[in-house]
Ligand binder design. Structure first.
Ligand code: ADP
Ligand code: MG
Length: 329
């Protein structure tokens, strides 16, 4: 019901950037090859994510808005998760705290349909115009929860958080094209753009767009393995002086994570190589059997729990140490 959705919204959607994360992850789950993100006034007035993925069938549209309806998992095995989404919480939550509309044309369907929900009240499914994929639009986020609206930061800060989320996800999906556009003013302003990269060095290509040429020029490739966990990516040499936009980007099965265990391991790997006031810069990907990691720890899904945390830590420390030593550090 509407109240439960508003409560869930508080956990899943803290700010416009968290809505963007959910919507872009949905687009990635739908197999999109291009994703466009538009916002106005730091996402408070408008958020729109448009993709060219497989779309949602007419009959499924109302379902996408109902709580715990997910097409991605049957609920029997929460540990075996291959897609980003699995809770069926994002869309109903967003629909509970703003004006949400979903327009979609399912692959192979001859026309598109749309459904709108305003502060928890869904409308009818109606014919609409869209060539392919899905467009999700969210207007007046948090209108239904003024308390949360008050806690949002300036438009500028919220816009920065949105850009950060988009860049992070773009790093995890080099094969997908991204555009981020600010539509606050009279003229749209392109904030970030990354073209689909298909070459074998797709990650390097994308890292140049997201983290900068300087980072890539000063980074070494990482490729290590330990007990079924694989570590790949790019790590900056200790001599690289970190630019403002570069930080540590960690991914588990292509899902961006912020995890104490993993960042701790990264810091440990650079421990005596960096001065105290400097931080390591890296884009690292752990890939493993979904069974050996639990991503179901927090609704926003930023934390992970490894079945064997020692192996994950050891993989990062020794994988980086080896590569850095081979590069003369
Ligand atoms: P979850 O991602 O956890 O399944 P969501 O609330 O984010 O839950 O989405 C609900 C359902 O709506 C998804 O399971 C999916 O079937 C459908 N859906 C949402 N966004 C898209 C999209 N961009 N393209 C295709 N299907 C989508
Ligand atoms: Mg989702």
């Amino acid at each position: 019901d509407a109240a439960a959705n508003r409560i869930a919204a508080g956990e899943v959607v803290e700010r416009p950037a968290s809505a963007v994360k959910e919507l872009v992850e949905n687009a990635l789950d739908a197999g999109a090859s291009r994703i466009a993100i538009d916002y106005a006034d730091g996402g408070k007035r408008l958020l729109r994510v448009t993709d060219d993925g497989h779309g949602i069938a007419e009959a499924e549209l109302p379902l996408a808005l109902s709580r715990h309806a997910t097409s991605k998992i049957d609920g029997s095995d929460l540990l075996d998760i291959h897609s980003f989404g699995f809770r069926g919480e994002a869309l109903p939550s967003l629909g509970a705290v703003g004006r949400l509309s979903i327009t979609s044309r399912a692959l192979g369907a001859s026309s598109a349909f749309e459904i709108a929900v305003d502060c928890g009240k869904p409308g009818p499914v109606r014919p609409a115009a869209l060539r392919r994929g899905t467009a999700v639009e969210l207007r007046e986020l948090f209108r239904a929860t003024p308390a949360r609206l008050k806690f949002l930061r300036t438009d500028r800060a919220e816009a920065q958080a949105i850009a950060e989320v988009v860049r992070r996800l773009a790093l995890a999906a080099p094969q997908v094209g991204f555009t981020l556009t600010d539509r606050s003013g009279d003229k749209p302003r392109e904030v970030f753009r990354a073209d689909p990269a298909t070459s074998p060095d797709a990650l390097e290509h994308r890292a140049r767009e997201v983290l900068g040429r300087d980072f890539v020029a000063n980074a070494i490739p990482i490729d290590a393995e330990r007990e079924g966990l694989r570590l790949t990516g790019l790590a900056a040499l200790p001599t690289y002086s970190r630019g403002a936009a570069v930080a540590c980007h960690l991914f588990v099965n292509d899902r961006p994570v912020r995890d104490k265990l993993l960042t701790g391991a990264l810091r440990a790997a650079y421990h005596d190589l960096l001065p105290r006031d400097r931080h390591p810069a890296a884009a690292l990907f752990i890939t493993c059997d979904p069974q050996s990691v639990d991503v179901n720890v927090h609704p926003a899904k930023a934390e992970v729990r490894f079945r064997d945390p020692g192996v994950a830590r050891g993989l990062i420390v020794s994988g980086l140490r080896h590569a850095l030593a081979a590069a003369g550090h």
